[in-house]
Design a protein. Sequence first.
Length: 364
Amino acid sequence: MEQDFLPINGTDYIEFYVGNAKQSALYYQHCFGYELIAYSGPETGVKGKASYVLQQDKIRLVLTTSLEPHSEISEHVKKHGDGVKVLALWVDDATKSYTETTARGAESAIPPQTIKDEFGEVTIASIKTYGETLHTFVERKNYKGPFLPGYKAVKSTLKTEPIGLKYVDHCVGNVELGEMNRWVKFYEDVMGFKLLITFDDKDISTEYSALMSKVVSNGNGYIKFPINEPAKGKKKSQIEEYLDFYHSAGVQHIAIATDDIIYTVRELRKRGVDFLFVPDSYYDDVLDRVGEINEDLQELKEQNILIDRDDEGYLLQIFTKPIQDRPTVFFEIIERNGAKSFGKGNFKALFESIEREQELRGNL
């Protein structure tokens, strides 16, 4: 068996660049049940920006805003709106991860650096991926602090209850027409990922629009990155709409795992999160397609949760509407009951749902 030159323990954190991190942090605490655990900004000796770290189970989100009008962060927000800047990967050796990937053609963003405080030290290094997105390798085996050096532990006065979000299941990137294979090759050649699955425009199409997608995964399967590109259709696909408003390739959605999707979605709806809608008719024959499931179909229908099956089991999934005003980034909530796939049987219903939203925005 060939040696994995880039062993990854999992997702370390996902960092968003946002217009107002203080308000965004409240949104994620109230609506998604995250706990505020750390802060960095002028009060901690960091100039020009402020960052809030939110955690729920194994998920960490970092929300960063600029305090200056012409910084890299504010330019990012001006161009893309609120969006994902960093998909950080937890590794045992950040320097080796950086050296191995740059030797294979990755473009350097930040060379390895070790940062220290009274809780120990962390080594980080970053490479560039699609659009303006970075992968940051984080080595924290000698660190006992709340997040990273430069951050201090904080607690919010807002009492939050977790809603069952467990870990990042996968992160999806949208890239320009003709770019999907290049980025799949990047993950294969530069990071040693394997092609897991391919969807073409026959798999993912409606009457109006189509897209193509390939899923790459690292050696242990902890990191899965589907990469989408638009395909020719009668009208504009959701990928083209994303690219029009994000103004480059970027992260389209983050799928988060739960063990009890009915509870999680009920809580999200109660707290004000909007979801894409599939018509009731979806449920008329869904069990003919997916077979027996443990959940009560009526409860799934009430929450508008989608169902799909593969050779290894079934999955339940639902997608939020975009979480900012631009029709760009959104979240998926997924519960896997054995299934390793991504909901191919739901693609048509899902994209018709997105098209209804696109039409309302005048972007179909």
